[in-house]
Design a protein around this ligand. Structure first.
Ligand SMILES: Nc1ncnc2c1ncn2[C@@H]1O[C@H](COP(=O)(O)OP(=O)(O)O)[C@@H](O)[C@H]1O
Ligand SMILES: [Mg+2]
Length: 424
């Protein structure tokens, strides 16, 4: 029996998910709302926005679509899953209460404190003067975070008191993140390597993906402003199977249990971002969805039919499902618009993707692209160039050869993705 699927979103993550879903022998038709210049190659783009729940549900009902998939923060935190479930429609993703683990950093920190899950020491404030006093008391470096969703821009790593003061002013007084900044989390700065964990859960059983590592800052050597994520590797060679087991026991399992105990049982992907600090692993935050670009490397390595996994989550039968991975490594290099993560121009024609994809092991996922007869840039993160290899070095060499084939005005990428892991 085939199933028609609608995927909500239009970033690099969604192209990667759509690319993998399209390989399922059980797929009928695939729709992506709204999709991008790449998803149109593997399914049909529908011009409905990700927050237009009523329109999406109507389309699903009209076309008798059997499964909707949502792996985006804003619709999940706003309750797209509850909206669909109330209409008797099958949807993959966590409910609104469960997605709070991402939607409210204050909620996530409190849950971690109560469940003894290792995380940076912190305090939560709604009053600006109190927050300011706390920062002065604690000193720098310190990390200031808007509690709500902020398009990846709500976190400031403050190395001076004046940086911390301006972060608090922007969030709490100037309200640049609107209600997302009503609560502020101020936490201890942690040193160490960052890791991404992904756990697929049906609310009762969970299974861990291999550990991946994203690169967050725009500049080489982990310098400059934070981005949404600009290059990823999987698996991380220095993380052992025992370490992953330990992270499951200390982080993933207790978090899923704590959510369930609060009546917020979690189905979907739970993605903790971690720091492997000198005081042991610490959770930076939780996401209630696939990472982007992490999804792009996972989809290249996943052997199992992803529709089987999604449906097992929705049906609560994950315990009976096996999950298999290809051997080897995958790397993703994000090609950005010059200027990103600050202001950038868009609308530039893109060339060379076909040439890049002729290289062994290379697949190019679209993020900020649009097609109007010509393929053009339409976002900060434009393309994710991925390559698989038997070794990390082989994957890296292939991906870096591929990025040179692709051109658009202002193209920027980091030349050191995976370099630290390779040297470790
Ligand atoms: N306590 C911390 N110490 C050091 N770096 C941090 C800390 N918290 C966050 N960061 C850095 O800031 C990035 C973004 O923070 P995160 O909590 O993941 O928020 P979001 O992804 O919602 O912007 C992290 O990926 C990490 O690089
Ligand atoms: Mg993050």
């Amino acid at each position: 029996m085939t199933v028609d699927v609608l995927l909500v979103g239009g970033g690099g993550r969604e192209h990667a998910l759509a690319w993998k879903i399209a390989q399922s022998p059980r797929l009928g038709k695939l729709y992506i709302a709204p999709g991008n210049g790449g998803t149109r190659l593997v399914g049909e783009n529908i011009s409905i926005g990700v927050m237009e729940f009523e329109k999406i549900a109507q389309f699903v009902e009209e076309k008798k679509i059997g499964l909707t998939i949502c792996s985006m923060d804003n619709p999940l935190v706003s309750g797209i899953v509850d909206f669909f479930q109330a209409r008797g429609l099958r949807i993959w993703g966590p409910t609104k209460v469960a997605a709070q683990i991402e939607g409210s950093k204050a909620f996530a920190k409190q849950l971690m404190r109560e469940a003894s899950i290792p995380t940076a020491d912190f305090a939560v404030f709604t009053n600006h003067d109190e927050a300011l006093r706390y920062v002065h008391e604690k000193g720098v470096p310190v990390v200031v975070k808007a509690s709500g969703l902020a398009l990846g821009k709500g976190v400031s790593i403050c190395r001076t008191l004046s940086e911390a003061e301006s972060a608090l002013k922007e969030i709490m007084l100037d309200r640049v993140f609107k209600d997302s900044g009503t609560e502020v989390v101020i936490e201890e700065y942690l040193d160490g390597e960052e890791l991404s964990i992904h756990a697929l859960s049906d609310g009762k059983t969970h299974v861990l993906f291999p550990v991946s590592q994203d690169h967050k800052t725009i500049g080489e050597g982990d310098t400059g402003k934070n981005t949404g994520g600009i290059g990823t590797i999987v698996p991380v060679p220095w993380v052992s199977a025992d370490t992953l087991k330990d992270l499951d026991a200390r982080v993933v399992k207790p978090t899923l249990e704590a959510l369930a105990a609060r009546g917020a049982s979690f189905a979907g992907i739970l993605y903790p971002g971690l720091k492997m600090s000198s005081q042991g692993p610490k959770v930076l935050e939780f996401n209630a969805r696939f990472g982007d670009p992490e999804a792009q490397v996972y989809m290249r390595l996943l052997k199992t039919d992803i529709l089987d996994l999604f449906e097992a989550c929705v049906d609560g039968t994950l315990q009976r499902q096996t999950i298999e991975w290809e051997t080897g490594f995958t790397i993703n290099i994000v090609l950005c618009s010059g200027g990103y993560p600050d202001e950038y121009k868009k609308g530039f024609p893109i060339t060379g993707i076909e040439e890049a994809e002729k290289l062994p092991g290379v697949v190019v996922f679209h993020a900020g692209t649009t097609f109007d007869g010509t393929l053009k840039t339409s976002g900060g993160r434009v393309l994710g160039v991925s390559a698989v290899g038997a070794t990390l070095k082989e994957a890296l060499d292939r991906a870096y050869e591929a990025v040179e084939k692709i051109n658009f005005e202002g193209k920027y990428f980091r030349r050191d993705i995976g370099a630290k892991a390779l040297a470790a």
